[in-house]
Design a protein around this ligand. Structure first.
Ligand SMILES: Nc1ncnc2c1ncn2[C@@H]1O[C@H](COP(=O)(O)OP(=O)(O)O)[C@@H](O)[C@H]1O
Ligand SMILES: [Mg+2]
Length: 245
């Protein structure tokens, strides 16, 4: 079982979108996948149309109220541990191993994908400590290096404080538009700085991706022949390949 965190403290870089669609791609490739919504904004839960009230979720797991296996919801062929919008990271016990301890009971999946919140707090720390590797989604329309430096500082801090290696599975370019110089520049910057770490396929800007969410589906199900579906399926294949290396 490979546990992979999709993390970047910047919001709006397609962490949740990529968690959903990579998971859908992996399922299409016959893998058993669990996705985890670690964000108190509950976007991923919302993308799948799972009600965020009145059900048990990741908060109940992190507070020890529920066993992790009792909160898994099946939706659109995916297994998800949902989040809800009525909790705050600050109310959790300040323990970096909360998630790791609760995940001891999780088994039977090929991949677990953790959708991280957009700031480097306790939840991201918990995710990075549990994960075998990370995927860093990067929006191809903004200069990425400043925010990456912040992330690397955090990663190095974790290395030193918790003696935990964090393996970067890959940088994933999102909202890529090959007609713009900026997208090309962003790709060059990452390829130069991290030659083996860039996912070969970028996710092109694609309206079906945004639309699919209103239908509570992955783009692979909503529009199987769209650019979005094509890109995410390729990325899922590459993820399988990269995670074997
Ligand atoms: N390739 C894409 N093409 C078009 N829209 C996209 C694409 N990827 C993401 N988006 C849109 O960008 C917004 C932010 O994505 P989201 O996954 O919520 O980011 P994050 O989880 O990093 O905050 C969403 O409205 C999503 O529909
Ligand atoms: Mg998100």
């Amino acid at each position: 079982m490979k546990i992979i965190a999709l993390t970047n403290q910047k919001g709006g870089v397609a962490k949740s979108t990529s968690t959903l669609n990579i998971a859908a791609g992996l399922v299409m490739l016959k893998k058993k996948v669990l996705i985890v919504d670690l964000d108190p904004q509950a976007s991923l839960t919302d993308f799948l149309g799972i009600p965020t009230e009145d059900s048990f979720d990741i908060y109940d797991v992190l507070t020890g109220n529920k066993n992790v296996n009792d909160v898994i919801v099946e939706k659109e062929g995916l297994s998800i541990i949902p989040s809800s919008i009525d909790w705050a990271e600050e109310t959790l016990e300040s323990d970096p191993y909360l998630l790791t301890n609760t995940f001891k009971d999780v088994a039977g999946y090929d991949f677990v994908l953790l959708d991280c919140p957009p700031h480097l707090g306790l939840l991201n720390l918990n995710a990075l400590i549990l994960a075998d590797s990370i995927i860093i989604p990067i929006k191809s329309q903004i200069a990425p290096l400043k925010s990456l430096n912040k992330l690397f500082k955090a990663i190095n801090g974790i290395k030193e404080t918790f003696d935990k290696e964090i393996n970067i599975l890959g940088f994933l370019l999102t909202e890529f538009d090959s007609r713009t110089n900026l997208s090309k520049e962003v790709r060059e910057i990452i390829a130069e700085n991290f030659p083996d770490k860039l996912f070969k396929t970028p996710v092109r800007t694609n309206v079906s991706i945004a639309e699919s969410i209103s239908y509570n589906k992955s783009v692979l199900k909503y529009a199987p022949s769209s650019h979005g579906a094509e890109d995410y399926l390729k990325i899922s294949k590459e993820l399988i390949y990269r995670s074997k290396k």
